[in-house]
Design a binder for this molecule. Structure first.
Ligand code: PLP
Length: 222
Protein backbone atom coordinates (compact mmCIF):
# COMPACT_ATOMS: atom_id res chain seq x y z
CA UNK A 1 0.00 0.00 0.00
CA UNK A 2 1.25 3.52 -0.81
CA UNK A 3 1.93 5.68 2.20
CA UNK A 4 0.81 8.77 0.30
CA UNK A 5 -2.68 7.95 -0.93
CA UNK A 6 -3.77 11.63 -0.93
CA UNK A 7 -0.75 12.48 -3.09
CA UNK A 8 -1.34 9.69 -5.59
CA UNK A 9 -5.05 10.54 -5.75
CA UNK A 10 -4.21 14.18 -6.49
CA UNK A 11 -1.86 13.08 -9.28
CA UNK A 12 -4.48 10.84 -10.86
CA UNK A 13 -7.08 13.62 -10.68
CA UNK A 14 -4.65 16.00 -12.39
CA UNK A 15 -3.98 13.45 -15.15
CA UNK A 16 -7.73 12.83 -15.61
CA UNK A 17 -8.34 16.56 -15.99
CA UNK A 18 -5.48 16.96 -18.47
CA UNK A 19 -6.67 13.97 -20.53
CA UNK A 20 -10.21 15.31 -20.62
CA UNK A 21 -9.08 18.79 -21.69
CA UNK A 22 -6.79 17.33 -24.34
CA UNK A 23 -9.81 15.49 -25.74
CA UNK A 24 -11.94 18.65 -25.66
CA UNK A 25 -14.08 17.19 -22.90
CA UNK A 26 -15.30 18.61 -19.60
CA UNK A 27 -13.16 17.06 -16.82
CA UNK A 28 -16.28 16.90 -14.66
CA UNK A 29 -17.71 14.38 -17.15
CA UNK A 30 -15.14 11.78 -16.04
CA UNK A 31 -15.72 10.03 -12.71
CA UNK A 32 -12.88 8.36 -10.86
CA UNK A 33 -13.71 4.97 -9.35
CA UNK A 34 -10.92 4.18 -6.86
CA UNK A 35 -10.40 0.42 -6.95
CA UNK A 36 -9.61 -0.62 -3.38
CA UNK A 37 -9.71 -4.41 -3.80
CA UNK A 38 -7.22 -6.29 -1.59
CA UNK A 39 -6.35 -3.07 0.26
CA UNK A 40 -7.43 -2.66 3.89
CA UNK A 41 -10.19 -0.39 5.15
CA UNK A 42 -7.49 2.08 6.33
CA UNK A 43 -6.54 2.69 2.70
CA UNK A 44 -10.17 3.49 1.89
CA UNK A 45 -10.35 5.81 4.90
CA UNK A 46 -7.23 7.65 3.69
CA UNK A 47 -8.85 8.13 0.27
CA UNK A 48 -12.11 9.28 1.84
CA UNK A 49 -10.19 11.87 3.84
CA UNK A 50 -8.75 13.11 0.55
CA UNK A 51 -12.23 13.61 -0.86
CA UNK A 52 -12.65 10.37 -2.84
CA UNK A 53 -16.18 8.96 -2.42
CA UNK A 54 -16.55 6.35 -5.19
CA UNK A 55 -14.85 3.00 -4.75
CA UNK A 56 -14.67 -0.23 -6.73
CA UNK A 57 -14.34 -3.74 -5.37
CA UNK A 58 -14.21 -6.88 -7.48
CA UNK A 59 -15.37 -9.39 -4.87
CA UNK A 60 -18.73 -9.18 -3.11
CA UNK A 61 -17.44 -10.95 0.00
CA UNK A 62 -14.57 -8.53 0.43
CA UNK A 63 -16.89 -5.57 -0.13
CA UNK A 64 -19.33 -6.95 2.45
CA UNK A 65 -16.53 -7.23 5.00
CA UNK A 66 -15.09 -3.78 4.33
CA UNK A 67 -17.84 -1.37 3.33
CA UNK A 68 -20.92 -1.35 5.59
CA UNK A 69 -19.01 0.04 8.59
CA UNK A 70 -17.27 2.64 6.44
CA UNK A 71 -20.53 3.67 4.86
CA UNK A 72 -22.13 4.23 8.26
CA UNK A 73 -19.37 6.74 8.98
CA UNK A 74 -19.33 8.22 5.45
CA UNK A 75 -22.88 8.26 4.04
CA UNK A 76 -21.74 9.89 0.79
CA UNK A 77 -19.56 6.98 -0.23
CA UNK A 78 -20.56 4.81 -3.19
CA UNK A 79 -19.61 1.28 -4.09
CA UNK A 80 -19.19 -0.20 -7.57
CA UNK A 81 -18.92 -3.97 -7.93
CA UNK A 82 -16.55 -4.44 -10.87
CA UNK A 83 -15.56 -8.12 -10.78
CA UNK A 84 -16.98 -11.40 -12.06
CA UNK A 85 -20.19 -12.06 -10.17
CA UNK A 86 -21.54 -15.52 -9.34
CA UNK A 87 -25.32 -15.83 -9.49
CA UNK A 88 -25.41 -16.95 -5.84
CA UNK A 89 -23.84 -13.59 -4.90
CA UNK A 90 -26.38 -11.55 -6.87
CA UNK A 91 -28.51 -10.75 -3.85
CA UNK A 92 -25.54 -9.60 -1.73
CA UNK A 93 -24.35 -7.48 -4.65
CA UNK A 94 -27.75 -5.83 -5.01
CA UNK A 95 -27.88 -5.15 -1.28
CA UNK A 96 -24.38 -3.63 -1.15
CA UNK A 97 -23.67 -1.93 -4.45
CA UNK A 98 -24.67 1.38 -5.94
CA UNK A 99 -23.52 0.23 -9.36
CA UNK A 100 -22.93 -3.31 -10.64
CA UNK A 101 -20.50 -3.06 -13.57
CA UNK A 102 -20.06 -6.71 -14.48
CA UNK A 103 -23.32 -8.06 -15.89
CA UNK A 104 -22.18 -10.45 -18.62
CA UNK A 105 -24.63 -13.34 -19.08
CA UNK A 106 -28.35 -14.18 -19.14
CA UNK A 107 -28.29 -16.27 -15.94
CA UNK A 108 -26.84 -13.35 -14.02
CA UNK A 109 -29.36 -10.95 -15.56
CA UNK A 110 -32.20 -13.16 -14.30
CA UNK A 111 -30.58 -13.46 -10.85
CA UNK A 112 -30.10 -9.70 -10.56
CA UNK A 113 -33.67 -8.99 -11.65
CA UNK A 114 -34.99 -11.38 -9.00
CA UNK A 115 -32.63 -10.00 -6.34
CA UNK A 116 -33.76 -6.43 -7.06
CA UNK A 117 -37.38 -7.40 -6.47
CA UNK A 118 -36.52 -9.22 -3.24
CA UNK A 119 -34.28 -6.46 -1.91
CA UNK A 120 -36.46 -3.57 -3.07
CA UNK A 121 -33.30 -1.92 -4.37
CA UNK A 122 -32.24 -1.13 -7.95
CA UNK A 123 -28.53 -0.31 -8.29
CA UNK A 124 -27.49 0.85 -11.76
CA UNK A 125 -26.17 -1.91 -13.97
CA UNK A 126 -23.44 -1.83 -16.61
CA UNK A 127 -23.01 -4.62 -19.14
CA UNK A 128 -19.47 -5.93 -19.42
CA UNK A 129 -18.43 -6.60 -23.02
CA UNK A 130 -15.52 -8.90 -23.90
CA UNK A 131 -14.35 -6.29 -26.36
CA UNK A 132 -11.25 -8.20 -27.49
CA UNK A 133 -13.15 -11.52 -27.78
CA UNK A 134 -10.60 -13.14 -25.47
CA UNK A 135 -11.58 -16.69 -24.47
CA UNK A 136 -10.24 -16.37 -20.91
CA UNK A 137 -11.97 -13.08 -20.19
CA UNK A 138 -15.36 -12.28 -18.69
CA UNK A 139 -17.91 -10.25 -20.62
CA UNK A 140 -20.61 -10.89 -23.19
CA UNK A 141 -19.10 -11.50 -26.64
CA UNK A 142 -19.13 -8.67 -29.17
CA UNK A 143 -21.45 -10.66 -31.41
CA UNK A 144 -24.00 -11.33 -28.65
CA UNK A 145 -23.82 -7.88 -27.05
CA UNK A 146 -26.62 -6.12 -29.01
CA UNK A 147 -29.24 -8.80 -28.29
CA UNK A 148 -28.09 -9.13 -24.70
CA UNK A 149 -28.32 -5.38 -24.09
CA UNK A 150 -31.90 -5.39 -25.45
CA UNK A 151 -32.88 -8.43 -23.37
CA UNK A 152 -31.47 -6.94 -20.16
CA UNK A 153 -33.59 -3.85 -20.62
CA UNK A 154 -36.74 -5.29 -22.14
CA UNK A 155 -37.07 -8.84 -20.78
CA UNK A 156 -35.44 -8.40 -17.37
CA UNK A 157 -36.27 -4.68 -16.99
CA UNK A 158 -32.86 -4.03 -15.46
CA UNK A 159 -31.68 -0.44 -14.89
CA UNK A 160 -28.92 -0.67 -17.51
CA UNK A 161 -27.12 2.67 -17.80
CA UNK A 162 -24.00 1.76 -19.76
CA UNK A 163 -21.19 -0.57 -20.77
CA UNK A 164 -17.90 -1.67 -19.24
CA UNK A 165 -14.85 -3.35 -20.75
CA UNK A 166 -11.31 -4.48 -20.04
CA UNK A 167 -9.36 -4.46 -23.33
CA UNK A 168 -6.65 -7.01 -24.13
CA UNK A 169 -3.46 -6.46 -22.11
CA UNK A 170 -1.34 -6.45 -25.26
CA UNK A 171 -1.54 -3.90 -28.03
CA UNK A 172 -3.23 -0.54 -28.41
CA UNK A 173 -6.40 -0.34 -26.29
CA UNK A 174 -7.80 2.66 -28.14
CA UNK A 175 -9.61 0.83 -30.97
CA UNK A 176 -11.31 -1.33 -28.31
CA UNK A 177 -12.37 1.70 -26.29
CA UNK A 178 -13.67 3.33 -29.47
CA UNK A 179 -15.67 0.22 -30.31
CA UNK A 180 -17.26 0.12 -26.85
CA UNK A 181 -18.16 3.81 -27.17
CA UNK A 182 -19.78 3.20 -30.56
CA UNK A 183 -21.75 0.23 -29.20
CA UNK A 184 -23.00 2.30 -26.25
CA UNK A 185 -24.01 5.15 -28.56
CA UNK A 186 -25.96 2.80 -30.83
CA UNK A 187 -27.96 1.66 -27.79
CA UNK A 188 -28.43 5.11 -26.28
CA UNK A 189 -26.34 4.23 -23.23
CA UNK A 190 -24.57 7.17 -21.57
CA UNK A 191 -22.15 5.48 -19.17
CA UNK A 192 -18.83 4.09 -20.39
CA UNK A 193 -16.64 2.47 -17.73
CA UNK A 194 -13.25 1.90 -19.33
CA UNK A 195 -9.64 2.60 -18.48
CA UNK A 196 -7.49 1.40 -15.59
CA UNK A 197 -4.12 2.52 -14.13
CA UNK A 198 -2.24 1.76 -17.34
CA UNK A 199 -4.63 3.12 -19.93
CA UNK A 200 -7.15 5.55 -18.44
CA UNK A 201 -5.91 8.50 -20.49
CA UNK A 202 -6.53 6.58 -23.74
CA UNK A 203 -9.98 5.63 -22.45
CA UNK A 204 -10.82 9.27 -21.67
CA UNK A 205 -9.74 10.22 -25.19
CA UNK A 206 -12.33 7.73 -26.47
CA UNK A 207 -15.14 8.96 -24.22
CA UNK A 208 -14.86 7.12 -20.87
CA UNK A 209 -17.27 8.53 -18.30
CA UNK A 210 -15.85 6.30 -15.54
CA UNK A 211 -12.24 5.19 -15.11
CA UNK A 212 -11.41 2.40 -12.64
CA UNK A 213 -8.00 3.08 -11.14
CA UNK A 214 -6.48 0.85 -8.46
CA UNK A 215 -2.73 0.35 -8.26
CA UNK A 216 -1.86 3.90 -9.32
CA UNK A 217 -3.74 5.14 -6.23
CA UNK A 218 -3.28 2.43 -3.62
CA UNK A 219 -0.04 0.74 -4.73
CA UNK A 220 0.54 -2.80 -5.89
CA UNK A 221 -1.70 -5.58 -4.71
CA UNK A 222 -0.27 -8.48 -2.74
C1 PLP B 1 -8.45 -4.45 -10.46
C2 PLP B 1 -9.35 -3.85 -11.47
C3 PLP B 1 -9.16 -2.53 -11.92
C4 PLP B 1 -8.01 -1.65 -11.47
O1 PLP B 1 -6.82 -2.08 -12.04
P1 PLP B 1 -5.44 -1.22 -11.86
O2 PLP B 1 -4.62 -1.68 -12.99
O3 PLP B 1 -4.90 -1.60 -10.53
O4 PLP B 1 -5.80 0.20 -11.94
C5 PLP B 1 -10.06 -2.03 -12.83
N1 PLP B 1 -11.10 -2.77 -13.29
C6 PLP B 1 -11.31 -4.03 -12.88
C7 PLP B 1 -12.46 -4.78 -13.42
C8 PLP B 1 -10.44 -4.63 -11.96
O5 PLP B 1 -10.65 -5.88 -11.57
Amino acid sequence: MFDDIPGSLAQIRTRIEAAARAAGRDPAAVTLVAVSKTHPAEAVVAALAAGQTIFGENRVQEAAAKFPALRDAHPAMRLHIIGALQTNKARDAVRLADVIESLDRPKLAAALAEAMVKEGRRPDVLIQVNIGDEPQKAGISRAEAPDFIRACREEWSLPVTGLMCIPPAEGDPRPHFAELAALAARHGLATLSMGMSGDFEAAIAEGATHVRVGSAIFGHRA
